[in-house]
Design a protein around this ligand. Structure first.
Ligand code: FAD
Ligand code: NAI
Length: 464
């Protein structure tokens, strides 16, 4: 048994990044992980495998829909599902092994097993109690359950996101419960792979919290790709008979009950913090009313020397938010200054086209009592997007009408997830829309649309 400066519990993007930064700052660090591989939800059953499937299905769609338009003729490829799963697994393994390498490089001990906290400074793994000056809880999240619905990932009929990433075969039909990020990313991937996908959503719009205009356009684009939407519908039950599922939902507007059958049902109705088994009540670590670990502005819990970050604490459940908190809390523990700017955390949905946003939506900016101006530019006016057959979206920039300061930006278009970062940097520097409008952007790039939206906040876009 050794004594550590820091034991991090959980090796997801929050935990492993925290461990690496703390080691770089000279602390003696261990990280406990109960999974067989490092990287957490994100690398194993989240961001990375889902993006592999999204990429492969996007490629298939390109060969089927767009190759001939570009004069690329030939037999259209068919899906070898096992091989596609193999590509996904290799992508995951390459990344999880990369974290193992980084742990060795930074002399971080990987304590294998499930941890519980015995008290401040005491972490139990297996039968061993390890002593440490500080503890960081980075145990992440797990799929939330839905009343009346039993998930069985092994059977592959009613699954959560983990099961949906490893289905035994591509289903002919799929019902997705929940039009949030997981439902739309995986739903659109399976639609491109040939499944008939119906999305049943409780609210009257998809992707709650997103800018209203983006929600509408995004739904239109996905509907054109073949996804069917049932909005304002609460799922009450899913029954499985002979390997097929029947989903019962009630329309909220008139309480009428309906059924839809499918070979596979993906339950994607949100995630909840994963803190079971840690023994937090015994130690006195307080939770919020929604079960998240309660922390102060330095990520310290109600017990001194115990910190928490990532999906286990309130805030957006995003890998990059967890990473930022991981770095910042390591700095705090090392006696330095750690900071996360929660106003500038981008959110990206990796469908085709991608949807990306940062800062305030138009609705939120107006609700805050500010006078706002909105600059919008459609990708129809962008030469590069047209060549990519992805010109249906737009860039929408929100700026303060009095100061011109950029308050938010929302993009639906090709590579939106890459493009959003210039706005993030601009916002970090307190830039005005005019600052972006006066910045030379290379031609022909999709990023020119960001500049055009900034121009539209002032004198007007050129190509609109
Ligand atoms: P996690 O990644 O959940 O890691 C926590 C780790 O702690 C786990 O490995 C767990 O095994 C371990 N652990 C838990 N309890 C214990 C214990 N007692 N002892 C030892 N180990 C323990 N976010 C994005 O930003 N971009 C995306 O594209 C994206 N795609 C996603 C796709 C899917 C399908 C899903 C499900 C999520 C996706 N997310 C994405 C969200 C992202 O995965 C999470 O926000 C992120 O992983 C949170 O990081 P974390 O470190 O807080 O926790
Ligand atoms: P979510 O919170 O994004 O969406 C859940 C949806 O389900 C909501 O629209 C909600 O109204 C709906 N819903 C809830 N109960 C319902 C019911 N009974 N019937 C019908 N609809 C119902 O949650 P999701 O998609 O499960 O994702 C969880 C988290 O994972 C998200 O918070 C997200 O941050 C993260 N994630 C991020 C990704 C990214 O950054 N690209 C990709 C995937 C996940």
């Amino acid at each position: 048994m050794s004594t550590y400066d820091l034991i991090v519990i959980g090796a997801g993007p929050g935990g492993y990044v925290c461990a690496i930064r703390a080691a770089q700052l000279g602390l003696k660090v261990a990280c406990v992980e109960g999974r067989e591989t490092l990287g957490g939800t994100c690398l194993n059953v989240g961001c990375i495998p889902s993006k592999a499937l999204l990429h492969a299905s996007h490629m298939l769609h390109e060969t089927h829909e767009n190759f001939e338009k570009m004069g690329l003729m030939g037999a259209k490829p068919k899906v070898d599902w096992d091989k596609m799963q193999g590509y996904k697994a290799e992508t995951v393994a390459g990344n999880t092994k990369g974290i193992e390498f980084l742990f060795k490089k930074n002399k971080i001990d990987w304590l294998k097993g499930w941890a519980s906290i015995e008290g401040a400074g005491k972490v139990k793994v297996g039968e061993t109690v390890h002593e440490t000056k500080n503890i960081v809880i980075a145990t992440g999240s797990e799929p939330a359950s839905l009343k009346g619905v039993t998930v069985d990932n092994d059977a592959g009929v009613v699954v959560d996101s983990t099961g949906a990433l490893s289905l035994p075969r591509i289903p002919k039909s799929m019902v997705v419960i929940g039009a949030g990020v997981i439902g739309l990313e995986l739903g659109s991937a399976y639609a491109r792979l040939g499944a008939e996908v119906t999305v049943v959503e409780f609210l009257d719009a998809i992707t709650p919290g997103m800018d209203g205009e983006v929600q509408k356009q995004f739904q239109k684009i996905l509907a054109k790709q073949g996804l069917k939407f049932v909005l304002g519908a609460a799922v009450s039950e899913v029954e499985v008979e002979k390997g097929k599922a029947e989903v019962t939902y009630k329309l909220r507007k008139d309480d009428s009950e309906h059924e839809v059958k499918a070979e596979c049902v993906l339950v994607a109705t949100g995630r909840r913090p994963h803190v079971a088994g840690l023994g937090l009540d015994k130690v006195g670590v307080a939770l919020t009313d929604r079960g998240f670990v309660q922390v102060d502005e330095h990520w310290q819990t109600s017990v001194q020397g115990i910190y928490a970050i990532g999906d286990a604490v309130p805030g957006p459940m995003l890998a990059h938010k967890a990473e930022d908190e991981g770095m910042a809390v390591a700095e705090v523990i090392a006696g330095k200054h750690g900071h996360v700017n929660y106003d500038v955390i981008p959110g990206v949905i990796y469908t085709t086209p991608e949807v990306a946003s940062v800062g305030l939506t138009e609705e939120a900016a107006k609700e805050s009592g500010r006078k706002v101006k909105v600059g919008k530019f459609p990708f129809m006016g962008n030469a590069r997007a047209k060549a990519l057959f992805q010109a249906e979206g737009f860039v929408k920039m929100i700026a303060d009408a009095e100061t011109d300061r950029v308050l938010g930006c929302h993009i639906i278009g090709p590579n939106a997830g890459e493009m959003i970062h210039e706005v993030c940097v601009a916002m970090e520097f307190g830039a005005s829309a005019q600052d972006i409008a006066l910045t030379c952007h290379a031609h022909p790039t999709c990023s020119e649309a960001v500049r055009e939206a900034a121009l539209a906040c002032g004198g007007g876009a050129i190509h609109a």
